[in-house]
Design a protein around this ligand. Structure first.
Ligand SMILES: Cc1cc2nc3c(=O)[nH]c(=O)nc-3n(C[C@H](O)[C@H](O)[C@H](O)COP(=O)(O)OP(=O)(O)OC[C@H]3O[C@@H](n4cnc5c(N)ncnc54)[C@H](O)[C@@H]3O)c2cc1C
Length: 480
């Protein structure tokens, strides 16, 4: 049983199959050095994984089972293991991941075939492999979600006697930073996932619709389940079953209904990536390939470090770097600022944010990046004004002051546009613009809006974009 981004012991088809197989079972998690080094991932992710694994290991050991964790690439690991221990079948979930895991899986398919090992993969959530169109997709989603949970009967698991296998040949030294605590981030693990689900459904959900757009209130008002879903501490079906079983006792049904529809979006976006993984590197709509061809490293650095001189942009970037979380609208605004106002290509910005988001889910991430950058063609062009977003979603500037300490002394009415302070006001606020806090990186936000809007709308009308739209609608959207 090869665990990947499915770090739980319930509603787990591969584990269920392993329990039922009657074969001696060996449960494995591999920290793959190439994946650990990949620019999309950072210590925050591997720490979350380690926390999840330790909880699983503990639960398994209580039932007399083992979970073997090591720091090895998949191919040499399975080849070496097979030399000392005959592998009959490998059970795992299908993974819709970045190019690196996609290529790893292609290699592993060949390796398992060559070694005579059968590889039994089960679908993840409601994502379907090899899908050619979306007709009937929603119906299938419902039937998968309301089907019984795939519950492994761990009492039937016959864990292999580890002394039979020479395990010393494998690197079991896990980098120390993966095991350190860091209270800035949500902790990983099944029990934390269930606690977040319960506190959201019974209590926090009361403010869901009201707080979803504001970066401060969203921290407690949204479910915060995304990392638990991404790393598989909870399956989406477990959440749907929980909602169904408790529907009589749910106090805030409206919020829960909005939340529930987003669980469908989750699979919808991952499905898009599963069907067209090239969108990690290329525009979904090829009609946009000739825009944003120039690069400005100074702009990029300012965006990455939260030093653009636009308080809401900087607060959002600094908070996600510090905590691993940002609500949907502010993620969209960061991408909008990068791609529309700074006019930089989305492809360079996406690994940076992936590395910050504790919930990095390649399918959602790349689809959303392209949607916000306006390179899908089929969606309307949306360009966020970061100053307006500040006034709308952080009216008293509390979020800005929390994350941009340079602006703490700035009066409330100027905190969204600190460059409007007179030099006397700057001195009194202990914030000299251009010295203590940057001047706006682009002098005229209306002009950058206009440039992006003109280019994108004129592209949208072009024959190349329209032609591509037909292909995209056929592949990713169901027929009406
Ligand atoms: C540029 C950009 C990148 C993003 N990258 C990711 C990512 O890597 N991983 C990720 O899980 N979400 C991503 N999102 C979507 C969304 O921002 C997060 O899912 C959400 O903020 C997570 O917080 P929550 O669990 O409290 O969400 P809730 O609002 O409580 O939603 C519940 C669940 O529904 C799903 N969901 C919510 N919104 C969306 C959405 N718009 N699209 C698809 N699924 C959604 C998530 O699984 C989420 O956990 C991205 C959005 C943007 C604009």
């Amino acid at each position: 049983m090869w665990f990947k981004r499915d770090l739980r012991l319930q509603d787990h088809k591969p584990l269920k199959l392993a329990c039922e197989s009657e074969l001696p079972a060996f449960l494995i998690y591999l920290f793959e050095p190439s994946l650990v080094a990949d620019p999309h991932y950072g210590t925050r992710h591997w720490r979350f994984v380690m926390q999840s694994l330790l909880e699983m290991k503990d639960a398994l050991e209580k039932q007399g089972h083992h979970l073997f964790i090591c720091f090895e690439e998949a191919e040499p690991f399975f080849r070496k293991l097979h030399e000392s221990f005959e592998i009959v079948t490998v059970f795992s979930h299908e993974e819709t991941g970045i190019d690196l895991t996609f290529k790893r899986d292609i290699t592993m398919k060949k390796v398992f075939k060559e070694l005579g090992i059968s590889w039994v993969e089960s679908p993840t959530n409601a994502v379907q492999r090899g899908l050619m169109h979306r007709n009937g997709w929603r119906k299938t989603w419902n039937s998968i979600m309301y089907a019984p949970l795939e519950q492994p009967d761990l009492s039937r698991l016959k864990c292999v006697d580890l002394s039979d296998v020479s395990l010393s040949q494998f690197n079991q030294k896990i980098p120390e930073e993966f095991t350190n605590e860091d209270s800035r981030f949500q902790p990983g693990g099944i029990s934390h996932a269930h606690a977040a689900l319960e506190s959201f459904v019974y209590r926090r959900c009361a403010d869901y619709n009201a707080s979803i757009s504001a970066p401060g209130p969203a921290r407690t008002g949204c479910s915060r389940l995304s990392p638990y879903i991404t790393w598989g501490n909870l399956s989406i079906r477990q959440i749907i079953h929980f909602l169904k079983a408790n529907r009589e006792h749910i106090p805030h049904k409206r919020g829960v209904n909005s939340f529930k529809s987003r669980l469908g979006w989750h699979c919808h976006f991952v499905q898009k990536f599963e069907s067209e993984p090239r969108i990690e590197f290329e525009n979904l709509n090829r009609g946009y390939d000739d825009i944003r061809t120039e690069w400005n490293e100074h702009y990029f650095e300012a965006w990455k470090t939260g030093n653009t001189g636009f308080p809401m942009v900087d607060a959002c970037m600094r908070s996600v770097v510090e905590t691993g979380y940002l609500n949907f609208r502010m993620r969209a605004m960061l991408v909008s600022f990068l791609t529309h106002h700074l006019w930089l290509h989305w492809a360079k910005g996406s690994p940076h944010l992936a590395k910050q988001f504790l919930d990095f889910e390649p399918g959602i991430h790349y689809s959303q990046f392209q949607m916000q950058a306006g390179t899908m063609g089929v969606n309307t062009v949306r360009i966020y004004n970061p100053i307006k977003q500040g006034y709308d979603h952080d009216p008293d500037g509390a979020f800005i002051r929390e994350w941009v300490p340079e602006l703490r002394g700035v009066p409330q009415e100027l905190v969204h546009e600190p460059w409007k302070m007179s030099s006397m006001e700057q001195q009194m606020a202990d914030c000299v613009i251009g010295k203590d806090y940057p001047s706006p990186i682009i002098p005229d936000i209306k002009a950058s809006y206009k440039r992006a809007s003109n280019i994108l709308w004129s592209k949208k009308g072009s024959s190349e974009v329209k032609q591509e739209n037909k292909r995209i609608l056929k592949k990713h959207v169901k027929k009406r």
